[in-house]
Design a protein around this ligand. Structure first.
Ligand SMILES: NC(=O)c1ccc[n+]([C@@H]2O[C@H](COP(=O)([O-])OP(=O)(O)OC[C@H]3O[C@@H](n4cnc5c(N)ncnc54)[C@H](OP(=O)(O)O)[C@@H]3O)[C@@H](O)[C@H]2O)c1
Length: 271
């Protein structure tokens, strides 16, 4: 079968997206060629029935991919991209999920006439609950934008932005965001254990509470502030806890500081 998509890098993020695409009917596994140096990660891709090779020299000579997805670390993205230069300035669209690295960097390597999409996904993409945000350069046609968005939608929600500068803020909120929530689950679990709960019970309560609250916020259509008030009885237990979290805007300021650190790091990674 003809290779339509090359995925360079099948680590945490590359595999999370690949799994979603292949499990959907939007892409056949045999249409995907994975380029990944780690043997264990190639085996994981092969288990999905995709072809996998260790480096770009293993790509069959007659391959003309519609899409090359770059899912390697920002630190090696320039070197990795250079291996696909022969597909630049043509019909192939490049899609990078790397934090920071701007379109201009890819255009400088691949050629100024290359259609390039940047996408910031997150790991819940592995279970179809990801948040994917796209930014496309002017060479990506409306049809291709729709096709790429359609493919990405098999991994979750898709949004587009017109100002590339905002990709750093996107990265800091939804790209890195799952880690903040996982850490909150860790903290709530530890606090539950400290309050006397058996560890397994504390884990279940923390995880199901975050899961249920996120689902309620997403499905009810109500503002999170209103949902918070519905939990908070006057002078009750929640009010006591929120006095700690919200007093002096403590949590708000801490989250703002964390998001700004991530945004600034994304800017740095792009240099
Ligand atoms: N993880 C996330 O939550 C997340 C979310 C959004 C965006 N991203 C972005 O996704 C990208 C990948 O992150 P990750 O967390 O998935 O990293 P990762 O788990 O380290 O995966 C990257 C994979 O690419 C391989 N690789 C290195 N050089 C390569 C090359 N030239 N060709 C093909 N594969 C190559 C690496 O192999 P070696 O380890 O052997 O070098 C590794 O297995 C990053 O740019 C990151 O900014 C990640």
């Amino acid at each position: 079968m003809t290779i339509k998509l090359i995925l360079a890098g099948c680590g945490n993020m590359g595999y999370a997206m690949l799994a979603g695409w292949v499990k959907s009917t939007k892409l056949k596994a045999a249409e995907v060629l994975v380029v990944e140096p780690a043997e264990a990660l190639r085996s994981r891709a092969e288990a999905l029935d995709c072809l996998a090779v260790a480096d770009a020299t293993g790509i069959p000579a007659d391959t003309k991919p519609e899409l090359v997805v770059l899912a390697v670390k920002p630190q090696v993205i320039r070197e990795a991209t250079a291996a696909y230069k022969k597909f630049g300035n043509g019909e192939t669209t490049f899609l990078s999920v790397a934090a920071g690295t701007p379109v201009a960097t890819f255009a400088a390597i691949l050629g100024e006439r290359t259609p390039i999409v940047r996408c910031m996904p997150n790991t819940p993409a592995a279970i179809g609950k990801g948040m994917m945000v796209m930014f496309s350069n002017s060479l990506v046609s409306e049809t291709t934008k729709k096709d790429v968005a359609d493919l990405l939608s098999s991994s979750g929600a898709v949004a587009a932005i017109d100002d590339e500068v905002l990709m750093d803020a996107v990265t800091a909120v939804s790209g890195s965001g799952p880690a903040y929530i996982f850490h909150f689950i860790e903290c709530l679990t530890a606090a539950g254990e400290h309050a006397g709960l058996p560890i397994q019970t504390a884990k279940l309560l923390a995880m199901q509470t975050v899961y249920g609250a996120a689902a309620l916020a997403a499905e009810s259509g109500e503002e999170p502030g209103l949902l918070r008030q519905q939990v908070t009885s006057p002078n009750g237990t929640t009010a006591a806890a929120l006095g700690v979290l919200m007093g002096g805007d403590r949590l708000k300021n801490l989250v703002a500081e964390a998001v700004e650190a991530a945004r600034a790091r994304s800017v740095e990674l792009g240099k």
